[in-house]
Write a protein that binds this ligand. Structure first.
Ligand SMILES: Cc1cc2nc3c(=O)[nH]c(=O)nc-3n(C[C@H](O)[C@H](O)[C@H](O)COP(=O)(O)OP(=O)(O)OC[C@H]3O[C@@H](n4cnc5c(N)ncnc54)[C@H](O)[C@@H]3O)c2cc1C
Ligand SMILES: NC(=O)c1ccc[n+]([C@@H]2O[C@H](COP(=O)([O-])OP(=O)(O)OC[C@H]3O[C@@H](n4cnc5c(N)ncnc54)[C@H](OP(=O)(O)O)[C@@H]3O)[C@@H](O)[C@H]2O)c1
Length: 415
């Protein structure tokens, strides 16, 4: 890595990276970095936050546990410690990631946010521009770019009529830590995905009074069926049966275990859970206790929101409810369109256009890791392919360089 400093010594630097730049120091970025490290390929990993896995460390609630068994959540080349439970807690997962980073000697450039990245057709190189927390700017120049900023980089905050006039506390689920400070309060949880369900459950467990907005439909499945992880069972069945049949079986088993939830306001979508996940990326909820609270009416299910007014909310069915606080469990989105100046490989929503399993590699050294809507297992699979691909290109170039007299790439940079 070579660094050139412009006339203003501390404000703008240009850095030549001898290898790829990885944007994002979450599980996906770490997994690619580990694969590159093992092959001796140099890289730079840039992270906007001051720690690795900032989603897990800073933007998740305290009671969070992995929803899938640990063997589906470990990163390549390093299993979870044997003493970890089947569903590690958030703290255990973070400790695992920290030891992963230590083991593979991964040291991201922290507090540095990628503002733009563009392929320079003249130089045949990527130009990645960052701004550091201290205000200084860096331009990295590299041959390949690994996008590892995640499917959940930005929280989705919907515009709802009257929300500004509500007057009480309004937070997104990414800022919710625990229900401890909500004791006795009436809280409206907007959204019934995994976050909405778990936040509602946590509020109940802290003696708050949650009402959960279910504006459309949702698939809720038990986390385990007959002692086997539902996810694992679906994976096994999918090896032998068509998707629609696996969906039917999953729904039948869910009905046997959970009963009919429609009478509690939880309608099932027309598409089965796996088909919905495949077609629209919508994750089914894996129940870890919220349903029991919905049955006992400790969590009230309410319909879509019409508008907020001072201290209350009105629903689409005309009913009104007085509330103290709002938690928006309204999901997340990719931030790729905000910084990557590229439209061939990524959609305008910031996901690879090519369907799974082809969305990991674009043209001109562009890669995407962790965008297959397949959680940590999907990110790990991408990371292995990407690091092997970059490793191969790297080794081929080294061989060629050994055979030829070295030529220098021309690279123009403005300071
Ligand atoms: C509440 C919650 C619970 C979840 N639980 C599970 C689970 O149990 N199992 C599972 O498989 N998946 C789960 N997920 C999905 C989750 O996305 C993955 O577990 C995992 O975090 C994905 O890793 P990633 O590295 O792709 O993305 P992230 O973990 O989001 O990491 C991306 C990193 O990129 C950084 N970044 C973003 N933009 C920039 C930029 N412009 N410049 C520099 N850095 C940037 C971010 O700060 C972040 O550190 C959960 C998600 C949420 C929100
Ligand atoms: N322990 C875990 O493993 C765990 C825990 C939490 C989250 N996660 C993962 O994190 C990811 C994000 O989950 P998430 O639950 O935060 O988001 P999500 O799955 O995208 O769910 C968002 C919810 O908000 C609703 N919503 C959005 N805008 C709304 C509006 N204006 N009014 C009413 N409702 C609105 C959606 O309803 P519609 O369906 O009608 O759009 C949906 O119910 C998922 O992959 C999830 O599996 C995992």
């Amino acid at each position: 890595m070579f660094s050139f400093t412009g006339p203003d010594m501390f404000s703008r630097r240009c850095v030549w990276v001898n290898g790829p730049v990885i944007v994002g120091g979450g599980p996906s970025g770490l997994a690619v970095a580990a694969g590159l490290k093992e092959q001796g390929v140099p890289y730079v990993i840039i992270e906007r936050s001051d720690c690795i896995a900032s989603l897990w460390q800073k933007r998740t609630y305290d009671r969070l546990k992995l929803h899938l068994p640990k063997k589906f959540c470990q990163l390549p080349r390093m299993p979870f410690p044997d003493h970890y439970p089947e569903y590690p807690s958030k703290r255990q997962f973070i400790e695992y990631l920290e030891s992963y980073a230590r083991h593979f000697d991964i040291n991201p450039q922290f507090n540095e946010c990628v503002q733009s990245a563009k392929y320079d057709e003249v130089c045949k190189l990527w130009r990645v521009n960052t701004v550091c927390d201290n205000g200084s700017e860096v331009e990295y120049i590299c041959q390949s770019l690994v996008v590892a900023t995640g499917e959940n980089a930005k929280s989705v905050v919907p515009e709802i009529e009257g929300l500004k006039d509500f007057g009480g506390e309004v937070i997104h689920a990414c800022d919710y830590k625990s229900g401890a400070s909500y004791k006795g309060k009436k809280v409206l949880v907007v959204g019934c995905g995994n976050s909405g369900m778990e936040v509602s459950l946590d509020l109940c467990n802290h003696d708050a009074k949650p009402s959960m907005v279910v504006r459309s439909s949702v698939h809720v499945l038990p986390r385990e069926i007959f002692g086997i992880s539902t996810f694992q069972l679906a994976m096994v069945l999918m090896k032998w049966l068509p998707l629609w049949l696996v969906d039917k079986l999953m729904l039948f088993m869910a009905w046997m275990i959970l009963g009919n939830m429609e009478k509690f306001g939880l309608k099932r979508p027309a598409l089965g859970p796996l088909e919905l996940k495949n077609n629209q990326g919508k994750t089914p909820v894996l129940d870890i206790g919220a349903l029991e609270k919905i049955r006992s009416r400790e969590i009230q299910v309410v319909p879509g929101i019409k508008k907020f007014s001072c201290g209350s909310v009105e629903f689409t069915n005309g009913e009104k409810l007085e509330i103290d606080s709002v938690v928006l469990a309204t999901g997340y989105c990719s931030n790729v369109p905000y910084w990557l100046q590229e439209t061939e490989f990524f959609t305008k929503e910031g996901f690879p256009k090519a369907p799974f399993p082809h969305g990991w590699k674009g043209k001109a050294g562009l890669y995407a890791v962790g965008f297959t809507r397949r959680g940590l297992a999907g990110a790990s699979a991408d990371a292995v392919k990407i690091s092997q691909d970059i490793g191969k290109v790297w080794k081929d170039e080294l061989k060629q360089k050994k055979q030829k007299v070295p030529t220098h790439r021309r690279c123009i940079s403005t300071f």
